[in-house]
Each structure stands twice: as structure tokens, then as C-alpha cells.
Design a protein around this ligand. Structure first.
Ligand SMILES: [Zn+2]
Length: 371
């Protein structure tokens, strides 16, 4: 599906779509509106996401998923809450690309010059509740990281070290295709891995939204990393970084229709299948500025690794969390216990069943489902 619509056309399409009462006919009209039989302008790729009208976003997602499924799952998919959520994000568009720097309508600047590519993003999303798998190429979320790299004092007399550290970091990140974006000490946003490709940012990891479960997030999610260290976060002034991150999150959510609930930290998603514990990586285990980035507190989200796949955690992880588990961890444990009771099993037995479910699901890998 091509999102090339200008603001004027979007509004017109919106109005006409609203006047069509029949859902199937509405979808047909919207698909047609999205694939106009007019020639593609040569520079239109960069402007590909100008405006997605609010009423359109939900149907769009519905339509593209139905096409991706190509029938095997069969049952109709309800309009996803993710798309409804995305419609609430501000509209952001690419204003111009000049000397490798992309400038966006919300003030975001993304610097080029370090960009590298891996392979096109392609992954399986599993429908919750044991439904089928669908093959997707669109990003579903964002994982936030810290670079844990060397930091110089944030002072003018350390300017040389600040710059040298930053350049060393970017070279390393580029060489290993670690993240899609790095936000440096000065709040500059640097694109490393192309947005169409996967990056090696999350390893073994799990997340789920209301509709889908995602296993191993290198393909399904963008990786955005702050040049900082975990221990330094509470004491370091990172205002320029937060301001830049807010603009970047706005742009990515507007461009790809990413749901707020899918904007998470590495500590929230990282798992260790070896000992079936969560929190193998602990970046942004605490203190992530969700609210400043226009997001609800992700630490309140029910942990999918615990609730769906029976992962656990020990005292060492609770210590990392400052002695107090996230509200989302507590509610995940509660859910596990009450589901076990409803199934007439002990929590221990039920947890092992969920863990077996993870092994089966993970063994299927991220390959696209057979056609
Ligand atoms: Zn990380």
C-alpha cells in the first residue's frame, strides 16, 4: 500500500469515505484512493508518508494485513487499536533533504553520513490467543537503548573528548549495524541503519500489543539508542537528548503508525531463554522519560514475557529496578496466578506450560509463514 496522499486529497478522501455506509465498499474505495493510476513522481519516495487521514489509518492497517495474510487465517481482523492510537499522533512530514540531513515539519533533523544497510525487514507477527502468523515488513514498534559507551564530562573544556567519543561510537555502531538511530550527547539524531532494514539491537526479546506477539525484535522494532550510561542517567543532564528523542518518536509514529504501547525499553523486552528469566539486558530498566516523549509510562504495561510465556526474574533484577518491580511486572504475575487457578493448575505447573509455549513459538523462528 502506498501512502502517497497530500493533505488536500486526504481530507477529500476522508469526507467521501465517511459517506459510504457499507464497510466492504468503503475499503474498496479507500484502496483505490491509495493506489491512484497516476505516474509516480521521481522524488516522491522521500515524501511517501505525507498525510494519512485519521479515518483512513485504521482501515488501511486492516486492508494491508488482510492482504498479507492472503487468506490462511480466515477470520476477519477487528480494526486494530494500534491504528486508532496512531491517529492521535501529530502529523509529521519530511520538509527537505539537504546535504544528507533530513529536516522534518516538527523540527526534527536526522543526520546522514553514517548510514548503512543490512537486509530488508521481514518478520512474523503472531496473533494473540494462539492465532496464526502473518508476514510483515512494516515496523511495529521502537526499542530504546543506552550505548553504555565512554562519556566525558559535559563541559566546554571537554569538547574535544565529547566529539571524539561520539565519533568512535558512531563508527562502532555503524560497523555492527547496532541501531537504526543514535541520539548523541548534543541531541543530534544520526541515522545508522536504513529504516527499511533490520538492526542488531535487541537479541532475544519479547513484546506484544493487544493484537500481536513479537518474538526477537531486531526485525519488527526500530532500535533507538541514547549516547549515555545507565549509571549516569539520573545525574546527567540529558535534556537535549530528550527533546530530540521526542521529535524522532513523533516522526516514526506518524510515518509508520506505531502504537504508543509498542514504544518500550530494552530492559522491558530482553529475555534469557537459557534460564527463562527476563532482564538479560537492563538498559533503561528505570528512569526512561516516557512522559517527556509523549508516551504513557511503559513500566505499567503488563510484561508479555511473564504473562504469556512464564518468564521469571530474581532478586538481582529487582535490585536493578531499585528494589521495586514495575507495576507491569506485578500485574503480569497476578495474571499468571489467576489463569493458573482458572485452569485448575498450580502457578508452577502453569508457568512451565507457558514456558513450553515460548519454546515452541521461538522454535518456529521469524521465518515468514508458508504460503
Ligand atoms: Zn540495549
Amino acid at each position: 500500500v502506498d501512502f502517497r496522499l497530500n493533505r488536500w486529497r486526504a481530507r477529500r478522501v476522508d469526507r467521501r469515505a465517511a459517506s459510504i455506509p457499507d464497510a466492504a465498499e468503503k475499503l474498496r474505495f479507500l484502496r483505490q484512493a491509495l493506489n491512484p493510476a497516476q505516474p509516480r513522481r521521481t522524488n516522491s519516495r522521500r515524501l511517501a508518508f505525507l498525510v494519512i487521514p485519521a479515518s483512513l489509518a485504521a482501515v488501511l492497517a486492516w486492508g494491508s494485513r488482510t492482504i498479507a495474510e492472503n487468506g490462511p487465517v480466515g477470520s476477519p481482523i477487528v480494526v486494530p487499536p494500534a491504528a486508532a492510537d496512531a491517529s492521535a499522533t501529530p502529523k509529521v512530514w519530511l520538509v527537505e533533504r539537504k546535504e544528507g540531513t533530513d529536516f522534518y515539519s516538527n523540527g526534527l533533523r536526522v543526520e546522514g553520513g553514517w548510514e548503512t544497510s543490512t537486509r530488508n525487514r521481514r518478520y512474523s507477527a503472531r496473533q494473540r490467543g494462539g492465532g496464526g502468523r502473518i508476514s510483515r515488513t512494516e515496523p511495529a514498534g521502537i526499542v530504546f537503548h543506552t550505548t553504555e559507551s565512554q562519556l566525558a564530562p559535559f563541559r566546554e573544556d571537554h569538547n574535544h573528548a565529547l566529539k571524539a567519543n561520539g565519533e568512535g561510537l558512531l563508527a562502532y555502531v555503524q560497523q555492527n549495524a547496532l541501531y537504526h538511530f543514535v541520539i548523541d550527547r548534543f541531541g543530534r539524531v544520526i541515522r545508522i541503519v536504513s529504516e527499511s532494514d533490520y538492526a542488531n539491537h535487541s537479541g532475544h526479546s519479547i513484546w506484544a500489543d493487544r493484537e500481536y506477539v513479537y518474538i526477537d525484535l531486531n526485525h519488527p522494532f526500530f532500535g533507538v539508542s541514547f549516547e549515555t550510561q545507565t549509571g549516569a542517567v539520573p545525574t546527567l543532564s540529558i535534556e537535549p537528548q530528550i527533546a530530540a528523542a521526542r521529535l524522532l518518536v513523533e516522526m516514526l509514529r506518524a510515518k509508520y503508525g506505531i502504537a504508543g504501547e509498542n514504544c518500550v525499553t530494552h530492559a522491558q523486552v530482553s529475555v534469557n531463554p537459557g534460564n527463562m528469566q527476563i532482564g538479560y539486558h537492563t538498559d533503561w530498566a528505570t528512569s526512561f522519560p516516557f512522559r517527556e516523549l509523549g508516551l504513557r509510562s511503559g513500566y505499567d504495561s503488563v510484561s508479555p514475557a511473564v504473562a504469556l510465556f512464564g518468564f521469571s526474574y530474581g532478586q538481582d533484577f529487582v535490585d536493578v529496578l531499585g528494589g521495586k518491580p514495575w507495576p507491569g511486572l506485578v500485574s503480569a504475575e497476578q495474571r499468571l496466578v489467576s489463569e493458573a487457578a482458572a485452569a485448575g493448575k498450580t502457578p508452577g505447573t502453569y508457568r512451565r506450560l507457558l514456558q513450553q509455549r515460548y519454546r515452541t513459538t521461538a522454535a518456529a523462528g521469524n521465518r515468514a509463514p508458508a504460503q
